[in-house]
Design a protein around this ligand. Sequence first.
Ligand SMILES: Cc1cc2nc3c(=O)[nH]c(=O)nc-3n(C[C@H](O)[C@H](O)[C@H](O)COP(=O)(O)O)c2cc1C
Ligand code: SF4
Length: 426
Amino acid sequence: MAFEPVLTRGIGELDLTDLKVYRAQGGYQALEKALRELAPGDVVQMVTDSGLRGRGGAGFPAGKKWSFLPDDGRPRYLVCNADESEPGTFKDRLLIEHHPHQLIEGIVLAAYAVQAVQAFIYLRGEFLEGYRVLQRALAQARDAGYVGRNILGSGFDLEIVVHRGAGAYICGEETGLLSSLQGGRGEPRLKPPFPAVAGLYGMPTVVNNVETLSCVPHIVARGPEWFRSIGPETSPGPKIFSVSGHVVRPGNYELPMGVPLAELIFEHAGGLRPGRRVKAVLPGGGSSPALTADHLDVPLDFDSVAQAGSMLGSGAVMVLDDTTCIVKAAYVLARFFAAESCGQCTPCREGTSWVARILGRIEAGQGRPEDLEVLKSLPGQMAGRTICPFSDASVGFLSSTLIHFEDEYLAHIERGACQVREVRSA
Ligand SMILES: Cc1cc2nc3c(=O)[nH]c(=O)nc-3n(C[C@H](O)[C@H](O)[C@H](O)COP(=O)(O)O)c2cc1C
Ligand code: SF4
């Protein structure tokens, strides 16, 4: 039986940015139900029972995160992470620009569940269209009584503020985001304390991704068992995969978690161009180690992808075919990470910059024999030694390609030439 989309249903056919259209599709009924029939703790329990894991990258169980907030009378905040800057990820943008009320409903439900006094949407600065769409949808939701004071006569108050970032990848990391939201530099800090205990303005704060929050109205409306019935036991629910690279039909595909990589690439994204083969796949955006053609049967869920040696991350599947120079791909990503490091930690600041310089040299055919050993030693010096996981992530793809594609690095260094040019002209 074909999978019925949940989060993207109606996108491309209906104008779901219009409150009337969203309501005609059953929109805001979950919120009405929750405010009428459910205590805040019931909503937390439903989300916990659903098994929903965060869609922002780490896959942390949402209900568990919500239940960590200390019950000490301090004000609580909810922050929606809409920074979406991971290379290859463009699913949150789709939900923001085409389904804003689903997100707003999810935010109000989550805020009700954790009894937040105020919610923020931290929006990637470049998403100007998303900003306009959200502002319009918020105005409609306020007028209709879904946001603001005494929501639907329940006594629950919630204002939602949209805050635009200024184009820094590191502001997607939750502590960097919170610092930026408070007007500080977008610099991560050590955890613990986690935002649940000391977040925005030092208060208990839940940070959740756009896609995570967009799942919540459906869980409340259709129940946790329904959500659990989709996908594998340990990573249930629908998932939007952003597919890019050398496929015939790049785009967002909503499928059950656990869909095999081959099915996503060949059945949904139209496969590769004629005569081409899969060389490498980054299953979780630019931060994820490469999988190879030997991994095409891997189910795309958090645990299976981790077992295969990579990470699902945000579900941004980047496909590289056999015309790709792996050294060049690693160089392109390395330049991105060198530019985006916030610079607080020496291993990250210096390491990302050296990796980019060495890869640039190798790619240009001027590599030195000792470069490979230096590159192999760098990840060990950069991973697990810094304030945030950016440094580890920056060398994920490089490390995996030094294992799977060492011959390409050697060819560049020894012959000063790229093997792939020979593949292309064959
Ligand atoms: C370098 C870095 C960048 C990140 N960028 C994003 C991002 O753009 N969007 C996002 O939702 N989470 C991002 N995260 C993850 C957040 O720190 C956080 O875990 C997430 O927003 C929690 O939401 P979730 O539990 O719903 O997934 C990033 C993490 C790191 C280390
Ligand atoms: S690891 Fe890199 S990005 Fe993260 S805090 Fe340190 S310097 Fe900044």
